[in-house]
Design a protein around this ligand. Structure first.
Ligand code: NAD
Length: 480
């Protein structure tokens, strides 16, 4: 049984209350490690460590901060297999995805923001009178970063690294469902020589460990990725304290397919955008909106391709769809499949739980599921399911496609498939989502702004947007 520890003041330590939570491998159903059940006492210790080292870290030359972060990236890459295995056992995601996406991207996050630290520049505004303004962007101090379970190390580092690069000291809280790679990262940070207290990692539950970060008056900014529900609670607590807030929340993303698309490319990408990571990517397209003239052709081919996906042991290389992250989430997805049936949906393929043999006999697996025949405004087409479940919705006109795409409370991402350049621009401009992909999906340039509209979030991550979020802008005006 592995005992995970908090990383506070440069040391790995047990939680003050000595309480631990069970950590389960979702592919086997086995409890295989213990996660600290931290509370405000642990947070207080972390805040003190962070405050103590902040003057030193914030005045460390950017090049030195860059060098340390580069070392961390190298160490993650050197231990790629170890990190991949930890991520797979913790989350149920496939080894192919963890080794091609999650862990390489976590190392890339370190490299990207290590170099951003040395390239970050500020503006100057020269007035006609000869007066000069320049903007100082100074680190905020101690900041909190809270992340979810679906892309554990990838999203955790996407937050903590720009905060560190900008000169802040960080209290990070990974999801209690997938804490292992953040624990492994603690060890790497110690080895790389990150000064004690610059990064502190507190493990535990959202309402305890997470909320204690949000409530603490010394934590001046909160960067959160997770559900819209938790985002709302965090905003309600942090807003009256005037904390800076970046909220990356849920989605119900449309995948709009016009008849003139490159059909083969669209089918292959739509399979991925529907079922990669068991549909547990915030950017997955869960509502597939298809032009009526190709609806039947699309349906037949998409169902046939989906049936070929191999659901199985996440540790096997040829597995396409792994285990659902937790029993609680497994129950939620099954509830939604049942609800879709009650709402009159027709299951075209999938819809069932899969019972594995051998190592995974007690794991949580669900067949990739395609549903049709549901109205746009039913719960299945409005609520985030966050699993291997998609619905098909036909449309006749471009206006109808846009209306359907915009018909939920969410606005995170959208894919649009068409060969008509004018239409691509026109529809892209009208779909209310922070991220639009035309003839592609999950193609990421880390310099671009990343964030949602409507109830999918507030603020942007990515590139210098994140560096700006983690700094205070101060204008200095000089009369010459
Ligand atoms: P969640 O909101 O339950 O938890 C996310 C994190 O917040 C966890 O670390 C959790 O412990 C913590 N937390 C929960 N309640 C809290 C509270 N009241 N105060 C402080 N911290 C709290 O989300 P989840 O189930 O881990 O993740 C799935 C959700 O995340 C989905 O809705 C998905 O769309 C969303 N997500 C969004 C993005 C994005 O970029 N917009 C990316 C990935 C996931």
């Amino acid at each position: 049984m592995i005992k995970i520890q908090n990383y506070i003041g440069g040391k790995l330590i047990d939680p003050a209350g000595n309480g631990f939570l069970p950590n389960v491998n979702p592919a086997t159903g086995e409890v295989y490690s213990q996660v600290p059940d931290s509370d405000e006492r642990d947070l207080e210790l972390a805040v003190q460590s962070a405050q103590k080292v902040f003057p030193q870290w914030s005045s460390t030359p950017a090049q030195e901060r860059c060098n340390i972060m580069m070392r961390i990236a190298e160490l993650i890459e050197q231990r790629l297999d170890h990190f991949v295995k930890a991520e797979v056992n913790d989350s149920g995601k496939t080894v192919s995805l963890a080794s091609s996406l999650d862990i390489p991207r976590a190392a890339q996050n370190f490299r990207f923001y290590a170099t951003a630290a040395v390239q970050f520049a500020t503006e100057a505004h020269v007035m006609e009178s000869g007066t000069v303004n320049y903007t100082l962007r100074q680190p905020i101090g101690v900041v909190g970063c809270i992340s979810p379970w679906n892309l554990p190390l990838y999203l955790f580092t996407w937050k903590i690294v720009p905060a560190l690069a900008a000169g802040n000291c960080v209290i990070g809280k990974p999801s209690e469902v997938t804490p292992m790679t953040a624990f492994e990262l603690s060890k790497v940070c110690i080895e790389a020589g990150l000064p004690a207290g610059v990064l502190n990692i507190i493990h535990g539950l959202g309402p305890n460990a997470g909320m204690s970060i949000v409530k603490h008056p010394a934590v001046k900014a909160i960067s959160f990725t997770g559900s819209t529900r938790a985002g709302r609670e965090i905003a309600a607590t942090a807003a009256p304290m005037f904390k800076k807030l970046s909220l990356e929340l849920g989605g119900k993303n449309p995948n709009i397919i016009f008849a003139d698309c490159d059909f083969e490319k669209m089918i292959q990408t739509t399979l991925k955008s529907s079922f990669d990571n068991q549909g547990e990517i915030c950017l997955c397209g869960s509502r597939i909106i298809i032009e009526k003239s190709i609806y039947e052709k699309f349906k037949e081919r998409f169902v046939a391709e989906t049936k070929k996906l191999k659901v199985g042991d996440p540790l096997e290389k040829e597995t396409n769809v792994g285990a659902i992250v937790s029993k609680q989430h497994f129950d939620k997805i099954n509830y939604h499949i049942q609800l879709a049936k009650e709402e009159g949906g027709k299951i075209l393929t999938g819809g069932n739980v899969i019972k594995m043999n051998g190592r995974c006999e007690n794991g949580w697996f669900i067949e990739p599921t395609i549903i049709e025949g549901l109205p746009w405004n039913c719960r299945t087409n409005q609520e985030e399911i966050f699993g291997p479940v998609v619905t098909l919705l036909p449309f006749e006109t471009e206006e109808e496609a846009i209306r359907l795409a915009n018909s939920t409370e969410y606005g995170l991402s959208a894919s649009i498939w068409t060969q008509n350049l004018s239409r691509a621009h026109r529809v892209g401009a009208q779909v209310q989502s922070g991220i639009i992909w035309i003839n592609c999906w999950l193609l990421r340039d880390l310099r671009t702004p990343f964030g949602g509209m409507k109830n999918s979030g507030v603020g942007s991550e990515g590139g210098f947007e994140a560096m700006k979020f983690f700094t205070e802008a101060k204008n200095v005006c000089i009369k010459l």
